[in-house]
Design a protein around this ligand. Structure first.
Ligand SMILES: N[C@@H](CCC(=O)N[C@@H](CS)C(=O)NCC(=O)O)C(=O)O
Length: 325
């Protein structure tokens, strides 16, 4: 079955690509990048989610905008973004991303929270023509006043140094830094791997996810149609493989357990960072934001204690600081 789906995906993508013959690497690369991407072998792919768009993708009629509005009016008085001093702000930030990539979404949560204006270039995961100029072929890639930075954690570290190193160094103890580092690693090494098996868990969830991916990603009209169905079918099978790779038997149980683990880590605090989110809060929020209003994200909030923290994060991160490219 897996073989059949790969062939189907390969053929569909090849056809979508101007009808030309494509490299055999194409399906692999695509599978590696669709929804929550990772490296060679097997991988997650990308997807991001941002409030109202995700509501459309998830087919909800209530809309996330409404939920966000309610959340922000509830906690407006207590919570606020942390914009850096204007002289610390870079002049131009350009993020090369896949809309749904969890690593890209980590970076966006950081930029949104610190109110750093950024332009987005949506990369086509099939051709990657938007990053042809770069030797590094994954996303996110960020250009900060002409300087290229790769890798979500490195980007966040470097940006953090640029805009708030002094403030952070003055106010953060060694234990707090260790705790923050530990949980940032947990996001990269554990949390992201739980996502794919959940969002592609069955055919309807895989289609829901690909509906979002194709609606928000950079695909031609023909690619959109073919990728939605072939991608959903293929990722359904890939997610089974990922479950094995990461020793996940019940994907929902693993998601709930991860959410509970995070709430335990908070240990009664509003945020891991105390009264304000730290980089670990932003990382967890960033990778969960794309799934929050999908079936899996709704289940997670309904079945665990993570909802209150998530709502606080939605409120404090607020509107995206993204600007038109
Ligand atoms: N460690 C990297 C991982 C980045 C990554 O794996 N990105 C995926 C997309 S989510 C990717 O670009 N995969 C390769 C591809 O699409 O060809 C980071 O944190 O930025």
């Amino acid at each position: 079955m897996r073989r059949a789906s790969s062939v189907l995906l390969y053929r569909t993508l090849a056809a979508a690509r101007d009808g030309s013959a494509t490299s055999i690497a194409l399906p692999n690369r695509f599978l590696q990048s669709t929804f929550y991407g990772t490296t060679a072998g097997s991988s997650p792919s990308r997807r991001r989610l941002f409030s109202s768009a995700i509501a459309v993708a998830a087919g909800t009629s209530l809309g996330v905008t409404g939920a966000l509005f309610a959340a922000s009016s509830l906690s407006q008085e207590v919570l606020a973004k942390e914009p850096p001093p204007s002289d610390a702000l870079p002049n131009e930030v350009v993020l090369y991303q896949y809309e749904a990539c969890p690593f890209c979404n980590k970076v966006k949560a950081f930029l949104d929270y610190y109110d750093i204006p950024y332009k987005v270039v949506e990369v086509n995961p099939l051709s990657k023509k938007e990053i042809k100029w770069s030797e590094y072929k994954k996303v996110p890639i960020i250009m900060i006043d002409g300087e290229q930075l790769n890798d979500s954690s490195a980007i966040i570290d470097k940006l953090g140094e640029k805009i708030l190193s002094k403030k952070k160094a003055d106010s953060t103890s060694e234990d707090e830094v260790d705790e923050e580092t530990k949980w940032r690693r947990w996001v990269d090494n554990h949390l992201v791997h739980v996502l794919s098996p959940n969002i592609y868990r069955n055919t309807s969830e895989a289609l829901e996810s690909f509906d979002y991916i194709t609606s928000n990603g950079n695909f031609s009209y023909m690619e959109k149609i073919s990728v939605k169905y072939a991608g959903a079918a293929a990722m359904y099978f890939v997610s089974k493989k990922l479950k094995k790779k990461y020793n996940i038997t019940d994907e929902r149980a693993a998601l709930y357990e991860a959410a509970e683990t995070w709430v335990d880590a908070l240990n009664g605090r509003e945020f891991l960072g105390g009264s304000k989110p730290n980089f670990a809060d932003l990382a967890v929020f960033g990778v969960l934001r794309p799934i929050r209003y999908l079936r899996s994200g709704k289940d997670m909030v309904d079945h665990t204690r993570i909802g209150e923290w998530y709502t606080r994060m939605e409120s404090v991160v607020g509107e995206p600081s993204r600007i038109k490219a």
